[in-house]
Design a binder for this molecule. Structure first.
Ligand code: ATP
Ligand code: MG
Length: 570
């Protein structure tokens, strides 16, 4: 391709609302353009990278026997009502009506559609297992679209679905897909870590893993052990104490403990204020959070220095939604304004985190305006009928899998997820088959996503420098950037043209910068666009010498034309 003809408008400066380095570089390199918040066009260079990513995914999925198809984006919402997701998906689901007032959704994912297709077409175990996939535009009206392609409202996803006759079959499909994912991310040149994730209260009977691209901008916290292989996302991670059976019995009981005592804590609304007022470590406090689940109210207790993990709480309660109670509810339940809730005398179910159960004594809210209570002993002064793991782990917690390890945090971008759905959809939507003995059975499903467009940004987050993008060879928009210093010089022009033709004849993807620009501008653009190899044809062309430089390296080699041709072929 000749660059003079390429539609790739580069920018000196990134627009001020580009909030991530990958977003800035993709805009500046002329790869993408913004149409509306979270909605992007891919210009030719960006489209080429996307296509390379797609093709690697296709190749690896085809190898494991997954079959590509393409499903519609317009989905009748009756299907979502059938699966039970219509009411819980919330405003992320873009809903619209056709001229007959029939309601549709723009597909954010395709479990409903694929289950409908398969239940209509497959009714015997002989046709199973089946794995299908598609690469398609998805729609999610995200609350905060940001970081360019990392969180869009319209984005490209690869979604795959497996259908098996039983759990053992699902385990095999899950295994096959997980291995394919490792190969895909490897080939893409992404540094990825697979972490245990949370399957949700009714997410399915099995496990789920997320594939996290390590990057500081990542919105997800990856928890890993500094000693063993344990890795999970923050929603799922547990600390050693959290999984041990704990309770009052392992507290040293010899000390004579004081009895609860009211303390005056005027105008305190937050833990921070309380910590300052009493000049103590938040470890010695118990936070009492009041939650609403529909019409029910419950309280959750965690130590002052810990955070409630709402996913763990929802799983414990077997619900898919919960919210912090509003001020009026808090006042009704505790008899005090927000900021003074405590476990003593509460008439709602109380869920206690393990770390709270291990406290010898604590300061808690007094359920009375301007008062807290000290010398409160869990188990003695309030019931601990339900003790469980309710909190987010913190750095330095003990690893749940090995003896010496400590948990550490890093940031990751979720680029893929594999999920054992079990019969979550097939049961509700009646996807059944006849087994070998003629009995009707429910299909067992898995689903597997990859954020195709998100990968574009994730790669740039991982592989760039001060001057621009450094594409991995496997997905780069071109393999070689051929840059003549001056096409006015006849020997440079001749060498350039012959190199261009010969490389192309060998099937090498070459971008020839034939623009009438100063060399400085060409090199700047070249660094920005990030093609892996740069060939510079300069003054030495007359002696048959040209320069070869890799985008990711500093050094330049001077080679003959023949040598370059050989190198670009290997
Ligand atoms: P997230 O937690 O980041 O919102 P998710 O868990 O909701 O993602 P999935 O439903 O698992 O996403 O979708 C499969 C893949 O699609 C994700 O692993 C991610 O790579 C990608 N993806 C999800 N939401 C977006 C988005 N808004 N923009 C770009 N890619 C996305
Ligand atoms: Mg996910």
């Amino acid at each position: 391709m000749r660059q003079s003809q390429l539609f790739s408008p580069t920018l000196r400066e990134a627009p001020s609302d580009a909030d991530a380095i990958s977003h800035q570089l993709l805009l500046r390199a002329g790869m993408i353009r913004t149409l509306a918040a979270g909605i992007y066009s891919y210009l030719p260079l960006g489209r080429r990278v996307l296509r390379n990513i797609e093709n690697i995914i296709r190749e690896e999925l085809d190898i494991v026997g997954a079959q590509e198809m393409l499903m519609p984006s317009m989905q009748p919402t009756e299907l979502w009502k059938e699966s039970g997701r219509y009411s819980i998906y919330g405003p992320e689901l873009i809903r619209l009506h056709d001229r007959h007032q029939r309601e549709f959704a723009l597909g954010p994912t395709h479990e409903e559609v694929v289950t409908t297709i398969v239940r209509n077409e497959i009714n015997t175990y002989r046709k199973l297992p089946l794995i299908v996939y598609q690469i398609q535009t998805k729609f999610r009206d995200e609350r905060r679209p940001r970081f360019g392609l990392l969180r869009g409202r319209e984005f490209l996803m690869k979604d795959a679905y497996s259908f098996d006759t039983d759990m053992a079959g699902l385990d095999r499909s899950y295994q096959i897909m997980s291995q394919a994912y490792h190969r895909i991310f490897n080939r893409l040149g992404l540094h990825v870590r697979a972490v245990e994730a949370d399957a949700g209260a009714i997410g399915g009977d099995g496990g789920t893993h997320e594939f996290m691209a390590l990057a500081d901008i990542g919105e997800d916290t990856i928890v890993s052990c500094d000693c063993c292989e344990y890795a999970a996302n923050l929603e799922k991670a547990v600390a050693r104490f959290s999984i041990e059976q704990t309770g009052n019995n392992n507290i040293n009981n010899t000390r004579i403990l004081d009895m609860p005592e009211r303390i005056y804590t005027p105008s305190i609304h937050t833990i921070d204020q309380l910590v300052q007022l009493l000049n103590l470590n938040p470890k010695h406090l118990i936070k009492t959070l009041i939650y609403r689940i529909g019409d029910h109210v419950i309280a959750a207790l965690v130590r002052g220095d810990h955070e409630v993990n709402e996913i763990k709480l929802m799983n414990a309660l077997g619900v898919e939604q919960l919210e912090l109670a509003d001020a009026a509810t808090v006042e009704r339940i505790t008899g005090a304004p927000v900021g003074f809730a405590g476990p003593l005398g509460l008439a709602v179910p109380v869920y206690v985190d393990h770390a709270v159960a291990r406290m010898e004594e604590a300061i808690v809210g007094g359920n009375e305006q301007d008062y807290h209570i000290r010398h409160v002993r869990p188990g003695r002064d309030f019931d601990m009928n339900t003790v469980l793991d309710l909190r987010n782990v913190v750095e330095g917690d003990a690893c749940p899998h090995c003896d010496q390890g400590r948990l550490q945090f890093s940031r990751g971008i979720e680029v893929g997820q594999v999920f054992k759905l079990g019969t979550r959809y097939s049961e509700k939507m009646r996807a059944a088959f006849l087994d070998a003995s003629g009995r009707e059975q429910t299909m067992v499903m898995g689903c597997y996503g990859i954020g195709v467009s998100r990968i574009l940004s994730a790669v740039v987050e991982q592989q760039h420098d001060d001057h621009g993008i450094c594409w991995p060879e496997a997905i780069a928009p071109f393999h070689v950037h051929l840059i003549p210093v001056s096409l006015q010089d006849p020997s440079q022009a001749e060498v350039t043209e012959s190199l261009y033709q010969r490389l192309r004849a060998n099937g090498v993807a070459v971008l020839l910068d034939d623009r009438e620009e100063r060399p400085g501008i060409k090199f700047k653009d070249s660094d920005l666009i990030g093609i892996p190899y740069r060939i510079v044809v300069g003054k030495q062309a007359a002696e048959g010498k040209i320069e070869l430089k890799q985008r990711s390296r500093k050094d330049t080699e001077v080679l003959t034309i023949e040598e370059v041709i050989v190198r670009m072929n290997s």
